[in-house]
Write a protein of this length. Structure first.
Length: 130
């Protein structure tokens, strides 16, 4: 796997704002927590050799569980995970909405980061996944 394209701080904030525009609410990031969530996803690759699905799950998990934003953490985490996958050549259109909902809404409630990565891998692996 080539070195991935990671999300920037600016893109994380923009994705959060997109989620708020879709679902309502307001809020700002805790800059330290957002920075930490973004770096934790990078660490999955650089220190664990994680694949795209594990990195995407790290974005979703660390944003939603780290309470990075005042509101909309799970939505922002989902958008960040899906955007990361798309940026890295994994088409996400085949991911059933109910699988995404189960994975994201279950974080911290019985669904682990590893389980979310398995959900992504199960539904999205194929010729586009690496």
């Amino acid at each position: 796997m080539n070195e991935p394209i990671f999300l920037s701080y600016t893109s994380g904030c923009a994705l959060h704002q997109s989620g708020l525009a879709l679902h309502g609410g307001s809020g700002t990031p805790d800059s330290g927590r957002l920075d930490s969530a973004l770096h934790q996803a990078k660490n999955e690759y650089f220190y664990r050799g994680a694949d795209h699905f594990e990195i995407a799950a790290a974005y979703a998990y660390n944003v939603s569980q780290g309470h990075v934003f005042t509101h909309g953490n799970k939505t922002a985490g989902a958008l960040m995970a899906l955007t990361y996958l798309e940026l890295n050549g994994v088409t996400t259109g085949n991911l059933p909405a109910d699988a995404l909902y189960h994975g994201i809404s279950g974080l911290g409630n019985g669904v682990s980061k590893a389980e979310l990565a398995r959900i992504f891998r199960h539904h999205l692996s194929g010729k586009n996944a690496s």
